[in-house]
Design a protein around this ligand. Structure first.
Ligand SMILES: *[C@@H]1O[C@H](CO)[C@@H](O)[C@H](O)[C@H]1NC(C)=O
Ligand SMILES: *[C@@H]1O[C@H](CO)[C@@H](O)[C@H](O)[C@H]1NC(C)=O
Ligand SMILES: *[C@@H]1O[C@H](CO)[C@@H](O)[C@H](O)[C@H]1NC(C)=O
Ligand SMILES: *[C@@H]1O[C@H](CO)[C@@H](O)[C@H](O)[C@H]1NC(C)=O
Ligand SMILES: *[C@@H]1O[C@H](CO)[C@@H](O)[C@H](O)[C@H]1NC(C)=O
Ligand SMILES: *[C@@H]1O[C@H](CO)[C@@H](O)[C@H](O)[C@H]1NC(C)=O
Ligand SMILES: *[C@@H]1O[C@H](CO)[C@@H](O)[C@H](O)[C@H]1NC(C)=O
Ligand SMILES: *[C@@H]1O[C@H](CO)[C@@H](O)[C@H](O)[C@H]1NC(C)=O
Length: 736
């Protein structure tokens, strides 16, 4: 209930708003209308706009165009000024029965010529003209004619419009006439009955058959067009008097000079006393044309190329001048008009304004298939895009025939379907991405907020074959730039099964391992089936490459010692210093990386162990078996001592620069152990590059440490911390 009310209230408010907006718009439009008068002049009288050359105040009108605004009426009424000589009155003429000539004439008071409307565009005014009547007033004995009499004056700018007025007679039997005065050079007047029409129903069998509503064809109503020759500045109505038998029932006949098409005959108008004058006391509309004339009654447009005469009236831009004619085509003066596509008052400066034709589509056609654009002095109506033709002529048609449309439509349909399919695929891909992310423990890692979680798109540009730098048991390694940092992206080979939450935990643990000798894990990408890991990039590659690569880098004993000591330190750190003990499980030179200063960093721990466990059967792990603790192979129990064993092998590789597994099948470990068992120190196994006589003691100590690491009795192996400490001491002693 309340809601309905609210909605209604809302609607009403909206309506009010719209109405207000409309009102404002209307007002604005009115304000925008250009002036029609000289500056400072009143532009209306009552409801009637008064455009220049008309005006009501001195200085506001051109000679002959003065308007008297009679303020005794409300609203005020506009009259042609009497000073201009314009007058209108009724001449009352009495007849007596048996006399068909007037016995008395009474001229009524001047009523003036009241204006309904002024049109500068038409060069005309619409004025009120009095209706004339002829009535029987005393039982067939007395008749009174009340006749309109108009005088405009010889030099008046006004002429009765020949084209737009007609003479109309209404009555049982009536023959009205227009009587016009002829002006002579001597200013004496003669007159000439110039025009009449006749309505006659006398002797007709049935009125109802013959007088028809709306029809003015000499049966109850007659009309006549004005002859062109008529000099119609001063004229009056006159009745030819006919006796008839119908005066008692139809006491009056009427005559009027009226705007063509205005009067609609109706049979009751024939009956009653003074019906029409009483119905139209102010008068009926008739049209007066006006022209601009000189004081002496002359005036014409300047000939082409001639300068305009003084007092030339067509002062607006975009206006032109047109000669006007009076009786029998005689020159009468001129009028000013706005050019086509301009509207306004040509008689004032800037009076003619461009018409926005697009607001008047019925007058200025523009097809609904066209785009209407106004321009100065015209408008354009090009057809809408995809159409050809002329919007003004309404000939816009489609540029493409139906067949082409069907084809284009079909093709675009296919495109749309393809696009849809593509979107669906993308959506599925996205869904998959999210699934992977969850599966790989993304939510756990997110909560841990330790390492960066990269998007698939971040890493995609790096995973290109040109960035490929190596392949290990774990997967492929690519080098790239992420956030201006050189990184190594490890992309596991598919098929390795990492348990999701476990993976996440491992990543968390590893990211907490921050040590100068451990490769830093920057982040990972979980949005793929097998998560990818992003590590810091180390430019010198792995110890494997340094020791056994194609271009053998010279390595001093000192450098080898620090590599051994520092990698042992890193390993010791993960064995002991972190809250969760981490075992590497795959210590080998390939997993010891070196930075620009040959500082070693252990990589691939933890996670590689996870993978290794799953991939024990694969060749890549078996190939590195020479580093794997034989005790672990027996028991299946990975301990930190397994890492110690592997590190022992690495030490041996460092001092011999030989691969742990020779191509001939002999094992480096076995060779050293054998030599050691036999009390020889394996001197012949040392790399010649470092086997300087003065360094033998250090090399021997290294072998001792390595052999201890390789002890098959796990308990007799030193811990990584111990190994690291001893190596550090050795390293320092060499430097000193
Ligand atoms: C205005 O009209 C009234 C009534 O017809 C008339 O008496 C009066 O003289 C007129 N005033 C002017 C200024 O013409
Ligand atoms: C008009 O006709 C009536 C009746 O026929 C007649 O009495 C009357 O005298 C006539 N009047 C004139 C002026 O002829
Ligand atoms: C001007 O001319 C148009 C078209 O002939 C007509 O409809 C309109 O009434 C005229 N206005 C006047 C004031 O004469
Ligand atoms: C006219 O004549 C009729 C009868 O002939 C009569 O009744 C009537 O009073 C007369 N009217 C006048 C105004 O003389
Ligand atoms: C007008 O008056 C003049 C002299 O006063 C006379 O010669 C002329 O014939 C008159 N014209 C007419 C049409 O009566
Ligand atoms: C003409 O119309 C009027 C009403 O306007 C009506 O009284 C009269 O009977 C009509 N005349 C004819 C001949 O139909
Ligand atoms: C004139 O009046 C008659 C009835 O009185 C009507 O049927 C007709 O449409 C009218 N014509 C015009 C042009 O107003
Ligand atoms: C108007 O009339 C004058 C004088 O007869 C003539 O010089 C001029 O060319 C006419 N102008 C136009 C536009 O007809």
């Amino acid at each position: 209930m309340i809601t309905t009310l609210m909605v209604r209230l809302h609607a009403v408010l909206l309506l009010l708003l719209f109405a207000a907006a409309e009102q404002a718009e209307k007002q604005q439009q009115q304000q925008q209308q250009p002036p029609i008068t000289l500056p400072g002049c009143p532009d209306r009288c009552g409801d009637t706009p008064i455009p220049f050359p008309f005006g009501t105040k001195p200085g506001c009108f051109r000679d002959g165009f003065e308007i008297t605004c009679n303020d005794t009426f409300h609203p005020h009424r506009a009259f042609l000024a009497l000073a201009g000589g314009a007058s209108q009155h009724i001449a009352e003429i009495h007849y007596e029965v048996g006399w068909n000539y007037p016995v008395k004439r009474v001229d009524h008071e001047n009523t003036g010529i009241e204006l309904m409307e002024i049109s500068v565009a038409n060069g005309s005014v619409r004025a009120y003209g009095l209706v004339s009547s002829l009535c029987n007033v005393a039982n067939l004995s007395d008749y009174v004619a009340k006749c309109q009499d108009i005088a405009l004056g010889e030099r008046s700018p006004f002429l009765l419009s020949v084209a737009r007025n007609i003479l109309v007679g209404v009555g049982w039997r009536v023959e009205p006439r227009i009587m016009s005065y002829l002006w002579s050079a001597h200013h004496n007047t003669t007159y000439e009955f110039s025009l009449a029409c006749l309505s006659n129903l006398v002797g007709m069998p049935s009125l109802l058959q013959l007088a028809t509503n709306g029809s003015c064809t000499s049966r109850g109503c007659c009309q006549a067009a004005l002859p062109e020759a008529a000099p119609l500045t001063d004229f009056g109505i006159w009745f030819n008097f006919y006796n008839n038998t119908m005066w008692l029932t139809n006491p009056c006949s009427y005559a009027m000079l009226v705007e063509t098409g205005w009067y609609n005959f109706s049979t009751p108008d024939m009956y009653g006393f003074e019906v029409l004058p009483r119905r139209y006391p102010r008068g009926v509309p008739f049209i007066l044309d006006f022209s601009i004339r000189d004081k002496d009654g002359g005036g014409a447009c300047p000939a082409e190329g001639q300068p305009p005469p003084p007092g030339y009236a067509c002062v607006s831009g975009n206006s032109y001048c047109a000669n006007t004619t009076g009786a029998a085509g005689a020159s009468h003066g001129y009028v000013c008009r706005c050019l086509d596509h301009y509207d306004g008052n040509p008689y004032i400066a800037n009076g003619c304004q461009d018409i926005d034709e697009c607001n008047f589509r019925d007058k200025y056609p523009c097809s609904t298939d066209g785009i209407c654009k106004n321009k100065l002095g015209g408008y354009d109506c090009p057809c809408k895009p995809g159409m050809k033709g002329d919007g003004i002529k309404g000939t816009c048609t489609d540029k493409f025939p139906l067949v082409a449309k069907v084809i284009v439509g079909g093709i675009s349909g296919i495109f749309v379907m393809a696009a849809l399919l593509f979107l669906i695929l993308i959506h599925k891909e996205k869904q998959k991405t999210i699934e992977f992310y969850k599966k790989n423990g993304g939510l756990t890692l997110e909560k841990a907020k330790i390492i960066k979680l990269f998007k698939k798109e971040d890493l995609d540009p790096i995973l290109k074959s040109r960035n490929f730098i190596g392949k290990g048991g774990f997967g492929e390694v690519y080098k790239g730039l992420l956030c201006n940092e050189e990184v190594a992206v490890k992309k596991p080979i598919s098929g390795s099964i990492l348990e999701n939450e476990q993976f996440a935990n491992e990543v968390i643990i590893q990211s907490q391992v921050i040590h100068k000798n451990i490769v830093r894990l920057i982040g990972c990408c979980l949005e793929v089936d097998i998560p990818m890991l992003v590590y810091e990039f180390l430019c010198n590659g792995s110890l494997e490459q340094i020791l056994h690569g194609n271009n053998k880098v010279p390595l001093t004993l000192c450098r080898r010692l620090s590599i051994a000591a520092e990698s042992a330190d890193g390993l010791a750190y993960i064995h002991s210093k972190t809250n969760t003990k981490i075992l590497h499980g795959d210590i080998k030179p390939a997993n010891i990386l070196l930075d620009g200063n040959f500082v070693p960093k252990i990589s691939d721990f933890g996670i590689s162990r996870l993978i290794a466990r799953d991939k024990q059967h694969t060749g890549s792990v078996i190939g590195d078996m020479s580093y794997v603790d034989p005790v672990y192979l027996q028991t299946g129990l990975l301990t930190e001592k397994s890492d110690v064993y592997s590190f022992g092998v690495v030490i041996l590789e460092l001092i011999s620069r030989k691969k742990s597994k020779h191509s001939d099948g002999s094992s480096l470990v076995n060779n050293f152990l054998e030599a050691h068992k036999n009390g020889k120190k394996g001197t012949e196994l040392f790399d010649k590059e470092i086997a300087a006589a003065g360094d033998m003691e250090i090399l021997d100590s290294l072998v001792v440490i390595a052999v201890e690491c390789l002890n098959l009795d796990v308990d007799k192996r030193p811990s990584m911390i111990e190994v690291a400490e001893r190596l550090i001491i050795l390293s320092r002693s060499r430097k000193l």
